[in-house]
Design a protein around this ligand. Structure first.
Ligand code: HEC
Length: 205
């Protein structure tokens, strides 16, 4: 009995040490153990019947485009247009958004992907997008949109550069980008065939 107590205490101590590495900074890379615990917790958190749900939306080029632009607008800030998760915000999250193109995500069923989009992932940066979720819901739309996003996630591995370029135009813009764009537009409008003196040409801040 005492022996079991000692072993459990030792295990708890080991887990605490490994979880508390790097002072709980979100910049740290999760340990294998944490990754394992998080993945399994997620699996257990998704109800069995959700896993078996079929995508009611038929895939088509129009649906793909809609989902692509929706993803560019709402998801790419963390996940990147290509689903890699390699974005300034994504890299600052803990756990980080996984590369959605890899088997760990692609092996999830359509129902599981849908459930995650609708409900989010607790204790992570992944928000819930369903209508009755409390944040961001207003901009998201219906369950149909989440099913369309599932089709897009399946397409991520085959994203073309033309599609990615189009998405970039729909990525939310920060004030700095808008300012730069405006300056560029002003510059282009002012530009006349005559060459301008050096001092008047466009300078970036
Ligand atoms: C604020 C950042 C953020 C936004 C915005 C966001 N996500 Fe996530 N997402 C995450 C993080 C972080 C995870 C990883 C959660 C975890 O570790 O289980 C994640 C996980 C996921 C997963 C599960 C992947 C897997 O293999 O476990 C899917 C699917 C997903 N997101 C889709 C979306 C879609 C679609 C949108 C837009 C409607 C979106 N996300 C918006 C941060 C975000």
């Amino acid at each position: 009995m005492v022996l079991i107590g000692v072993v459990l205490l030792g295990l708890a101590f080991f887990i605490a040490i490994s979880v508390l590495h790097d002072g709980l900074s979100a910049r740290a890379k999760p340990t294998r153990l944490e990754e394992f615990m998080a993945r399994n917790a997620r699996h257990l958190a998704i109800p069995g019947n959700a896993r078996l749900m079929q995508n009611p939306v038929l895939d088509s080029p129009e649906i793909q485009r809609e989902a692509r632009l929706h993803f560019a607008d709402h998801c790419a800030i963390c996940h990147g247009n290509d689903g890699s998760g390699d974005t300034p915000i994504g890299n600052g999250l803990y756990p980080k958004p996984p590369d959605l193109r890899l088997p760990a995500t692609q092996d999830l069923s359509d129902g599981e992907l849908f459930w995650i989009i609708e409900n989010g992932v607790r204790f992570t940066g992944m928000p819930a997008f369903s209508d009755n979720g409390d944040h961001m819901a207003g901009n998201h739309g219906s369950a149909q949109d989440s099913w369309k996003l599932v089709h897009f996630i399946r397409h991520l591995q085959h994203l073309t550069s033309a599609e990615r370029l189009e998405m970039e135009r729909y990525n939310p813009k920060g004030p700095e980008d808008r300012e730069e764009e405006q300056e560029e537009n002003e510059f282009l409008n002012e530009a006349t065939p005559k060459a301008k003196p050096e001092s008047q040409t466009h300078r970036r801040p």
